[in-house]
Design a protein around this ligand. Sequence first.
Ligand SMILES: [Zn+2]
Ligand SMILES: [Zn+2]
Length: 248
Amino acid sequence: MKKIVLIVVVAVCSLQISFSQKINQTTLSKIKVKLLGAENLYEQGKYYETLEKIREIEAISEGMKSAKIQNLKVKAYLGWGLFQSSKDELDKLYEMNPDDAIIKDIASYESKIDEGIEEEKLAEIKKEEKRLKTEEAYKYFKYKECPRCDGYGTEEYYKKVKCTSKNYNLAHCDNGTWVFTNMYGTRRSTHEFCDGTGREEKEFERSCGNCKGTGKTLQYTGSYYFTSSEIENILRNNRSKIIEYLNK
Ligand SMILES: [Zn+2]
Ligand SMILES: [Zn+2]
């Protein structure tokens, strides 16, 4: 009998376990160890691991209810950003008749749960708006001047080729060596222009890789803000639909 009383007193002091539950000393000690671990993890911001630890506690608790553990669970969900789960667990906590210290703790974070849920709702609305705008975006594509070639359809590129510098019949580059010949003989020196490499960079022209030489590309002209990669995706997934719409 004495032992039972002790258990209940310890339980009430440390875990705020509801009176109706009976749990043996060994299990209670295990729970306390795990709870310390869970609190530690929570302090380190490891919310997922905290919840895992609480699950371990619940697995050995045989349905025992502890407001202290439940409060930690609420806070871990909140820290993890699972606001609705946090709220659901908070509702359960209220039913456990939490003591003043826990009530005070709840007061310090409770508004953050509702704020989080509000933000999630807003984000959901924005996501839905984006989905709808993405769906009808195909109507807002037009052929416009290619930004890469300014509508010319061609672009320059540079390539290293054999150095072909020469000075009439007097001098020429021979694989990086400047060979100068006049009536007195031949003089050889490093060709400064190609730095003795015998190669020079030359400009060439090719058809623009962006517009395939047409000078025009399909561009989004709608007013909704999409990032450039979102527009690329829309274009990639709807090209034939866009062209069909343009040809109407
Ligand atoms: Zn040269
Ligand atoms: Zn182009």
